[in-house]
Design a protein around this ligand. Structure first.
Ligand code: ADP
Ligand code: MG
Length: 691
């Protein structure tokens, strides 16, 4: 493949800069997609697509130029231009230099009588005819007119040392050269049916479209192909996982399950029972389970997981339960103790802070099959723990467990059953796209008697009064702050500073502090005290956001609520409303940041996690929520799974049809597609039957 150095103006130095952007060959450059487009035409088309930004540009004959000083440091070069629509003015700004004339080049280029194009930002949004100038091009400079002005212009992610202008010129050359990578790989019939433009045409038009329509077509084409490839990769991955034989079978003996059920003290909801049935059916199958259990905060996922682990234990198999944090693992250990007491099931907690001897003992017991259920954090589980016969992996994902980590865990226990639990539900299409290798169970119903937590915005004073009120009634309160210690970011309150203040405020009551940097033993004691009602007010960071279950806690105060994401706010709110009293969540915003108003409004409007999650995806975009771009698990450059939901639907439909007609994509017309799929995903996802 031709190196980027083949291009005019690109030597070893520039090549290194391109390398930083992952561009080494002409093919790379051709597929270095713009992140946006600017409309630099003098008369843009009507009804532009939403992703095409109008960019101020003026063209005309220069009437006069003026060189001005302002404060002595800054110099301004003003150009007055006679345009088709009247007089316009553009100002270039430069820092003064005593050593040379900073405007020498400009004065030489921009002489009265010349016809010039100037782009920039309007000095006043109402007067587009006054620009703070950015780039200029002479009308006599024919190549510039092909790439930089008078057309729709691509906007690329850049790096220090590579200007927008240089990048556009480089890509333009790459487009002229054409590239092997632009060859089409979709079966022609499919491209035709979906009315996709040819790939080489799209590869040109995505950078330098002739008009709005061409740009939309090119964009659509690449979004579609990226999503189709990803959907195919998931399907193949799923088939691969399911082709394995577990080599063990289960029998529902009920010698543990029945006493467990009898001692619960409540009836399973029908949603829980349904999920358990689906899980048991998977566990009894010959191929390994890969199932995602979605259920809102407090919907009772733990009992479902316990049932699965007991089925494994009844059959002599070991299970591991992985929690996102140590605090949570400890909480679960306590909860398990309550549910499993007297059943004769052997369970243990493995955290990073066990003493060496304790750890050694647990590891030996695990290897010797003397432990049925191991509880730990995601990290502990993945790091070299040996089981005698691990048959079930349960991951309490909450919203912290990345796509990558999950893949790693799955890779470990190929033959074990795997159950992943999440409180962050996602729309069906997104599920198919992100967890395409899993099956789905949903708990849609809450245990009876739950009352929604009333959520409002409040001032800090009102929130503290409310807290005092609850405590006076014998209830308990959480007060959350975004950081542990005060930082330079003065608008964020911290646990340590506020704890001292609140101790005085709630004089005579027991106030405690909890944050992630406390020694583990201390954290544990605080949690135990709070659970036992020996602490009235718990001043904490987000560490308490998941898993903590204290029925007597009825008020959650979240300070600097503008700093928290929707998922976190919802999780925090889920800590209250767990008992027989009415509960409240008060959001104290100390400032407005970004889309915080939207988030807080969403919190006030609904307490339903499914609805919130949809709103979250709408507010932030799926890429950000799920951390997909950073993870690089998928090859998506143009597509955004939440924004492009409709195209994803189509891609999934086409995937089904393709695989139904040609399961291994071995037919002649599918060979290029298979080839492409192999190049992109075989190594990344370890897809063995794609070779
Ligand atoms: P999550 O789905 O958020 O993990 P948990 O499993 O922690 O929820 O359950 C929340 C609380 O509801 C726990 O105290 C649990 O014992 C209780 N619970 C679970 N299922 C039921 C049920 N069917 N009826 C009543 N309470 C239940
Ligand atoms: Mg839970």
């Amino acid at each position: 493949m031709a190196s980027i150095q083949f291009l005019k103006g690109v030597g070893p130095k520039k090549a290194e800069l391109f390398g930083r952007l992952g561009i080494e060959t002409l093919d790379d450059l051709l597929f270095y997609f713009p992140r946006a487009w600017e409309d630099r035409r003098l008369a843009p088309e009507k009804a532009p697509p939403p992703f095409l930004e109008p960019a101020p540009v003026i063209r005309g004959k220069i009437k006069a130029v003026r060189d001005l000083y302002t404060s002595g440091r800054l110099r301004i070069f003003k150009v007055v231009v006679e345009t088709r629509y009247g007089e316009a003015e553009a100002s270039f700004f430069k820092r003064h230099s005593p050593r040379f004339d900073v405007f020498a080049l400009l004065r030489n280029d921009l002489k009265p009588g010349q016809v010039v194009w100037i782009t920039g930002t309007p000095e006043d949004p109402l007067f587009l005819s006054r620009l703070r100038a950015d780039e200029y091009y002479l009308d006599s400079d024919a190549p510039a007119l092909k790439t930089h002005v008078g057309r729709i212009v691509p906007v690329y992610p850049l790096t220090e040392g590579l200007t927008a202008r240089f990048m556009r010129e480089a890509v333009y050359q790459a487009v002229q050269a054409g590239a092997e990578a632009a060859a089409d790989f979709l079966p022609p019939a499919l491209a035709m049916r979906r009315r996709l433009i040819a790939r080489d045409l799209a590869a040109r038009a995505i950078h330098f479209p002739e008009n709005n329509f061409e740009l939309m077509q090119a964009r659509r084409r690449f979004i579609y192909e990226e999503l189709l490839l990803m959907a195919l990769a998931w399907a193949i991955k799923k088939r691969q996982t399911r082709s394995v034989r577990k080599g063990f079978t289960y029998e529902i003996k009920k010698n543990l399950l029945t006493p467990f059920r009898e001692r619960l003290g409540f009836q399973l909801t029908s949603a829980q029972a349904h999920a358990i049935n689906e899980i048991f059916a998977d566990m009894q199958a010959l191929t390994p389970m890969g199932r995602l259990l979605e259920g809102d905060v407090g919907s009772g996922k733990t009992v479902v997981a316990l049932s699965a682990m007991l089925l494994a234990a009844e059959n002599g198999g070991q299970s591991v339960f992985a929690a996102p944090t140590e605090i949570l693992a400890e909480q679960h250990f306590i909860t398990f103790g309550k549910f499993l007491g007297g059943l004769g099931v052997r369970f243990a907690l493995l955290t990073g802070r066990l003493k060496a001897a304790e750890r050694k003992k647990i590891l030996a017991d695990l290897a010797g099959g003397k432990i049925d259920i191991l509880i730990g954090t995601h990290a502990v589980i993945s790091d070299g723990v040996e089981f005698k016969n691990l048959r079930l992996v349960v991951v309490d994902e909450q919203h912290r467990f990345g796509v990558r980590q999950r893949a790693a865990l799955r890779a470990k226990g190929d033959k074990a059953d795997m159950l992943i639990m999440t409180a962050t539900p996602i729309p069906r299409t997104l599920f198919l796209a992100l967890y395409g290798d899993l099956d789905l169970s949903v708990i849609k119903e809450m245990p009876p008697g739950r009352r929604p937590v009333k959520t409002t915005e409040a001032t800090e004073d009102i929130a503290l009064l409310a807290a005092a009120d609850e405590v006076a009634k014998g209830r308990q309160v959480y007060i959350v702050y975004p950081v542990i210690e005060d930082t330079l970011a003065a608008d964020m309150k911290s646990v340590k500073v506020e704890f001292e203040r609140l101790r005085v405020y709630f004089k005579g009551r027991k106030v405690a502090m909890l944050h992630g940097r406390m020694p583990g033993e201390e954290k544990k004691l605080v949690m135990e005290d709070f659970a036992a009602g020996r602490v009235d007010v718990l001043v904490a960071t987000q560490v308490i956001e998941v898993g903590i279950d204290v029925a007597n806690a009825t008020l959650m105060v979240i300070n600097n609520a503008e700093r928290f994401g929707l998922a976190s706010l919802h999780q925090l709110r889920g800590r209250v409303g767990r008992g027989k009293w009415d509960s409240r969540c008060l959001l104290v915003a100390h400032a407005r940041a970004g889309d915080s108003a939207d988030r807080l409004r969403a919190m006030v409007q609904t307490s339903n996690g499914f609805e919130l999650s949809e709103k979250d995806i709408y507010i932030r975009g799926a890429g950000e929520i799920l951390g997909l771009r950073q993870h690089g698990d998928m090859d998506l450059n143009m597509a955004d799974m939440s924004r492009d939901k409709d195209i994803l639907d189509i891609a999934i439909e086409d995937r089904e049809a393709l695989l139904a007609a040609d399961p291994d994509l071995t037919k002649k017309e599918n060979a290029p597609l298979r080839h492409k799929l192999h190049a992109l995903y075989a190594a990344r996802w370890n897809l063995i039957d794609l070779s």
